[in-house]
Design a protein around this ligand. Structure first.
Ligand SMILES: [Zn+2]
Ligand SMILES: [Zn+2]
Length: 128
């Protein structure tokens, strides 16, 4: 698949990368539309630290392509919107119902920040 890879300040490149696979609790979506957020511009300008080598982007919509074990309530082909914040379901904020505020060590803003993001043909979504 093609993915827009951050390679360092002022350096991005559309590259061929492997299609991700869905692990336990994860789905993979085929991205049909995504944004270029101001945060992405900050990353590219070197104003927000992101490890080079990650695919940028954190605001996608798409269609479920693969469902990993343990995920219920979805089916392949269903249209979905994926939030920029990936709630872990385990931190105090998630447990109090404020999922969008998740900032736990394993949740929070991850796409294009700590894991591959959405400016690609497919996206692996944890805690699906
Ligand atoms: Zn954003
Ligand atoms: Zn959380």
């Amino acid at each position: 698949m093609r993915g827009l890879v951050f390679l360092g300040e002022d350096h991005i490149n559309l590259r061929e990368v492997p299609v991700p696979r869905a692990g336990h609790g994860e789905v993979v979506i085929r991205v049909t539309l995504t944004t270029i957020c101001g945060t992405d511009l900050h990353i590219v300008r070197g104003e927000y630290p992101v490890k080079p080598g990650l695919i940028l982007g954190h605001e996608p919509v798409g269609v479920i392509h693969e469902i990993g074990p343990g995920v219920t309530g979805y089916e392949v082909g269903k249209r979905v919107l994926v939030g920029a914040i990936t709630p872990c379901g385990q931190c105090n904020l998630c447990l109090s119902g404020t999922w969008s505020q998740c900032g736990g060590s394993i949740g929070g803003w991850r796409f294009g920040n700590t894991i591959d993001g959405a400016q690609a043909e497919y996206l692996r979504v944890p805690y699906a």
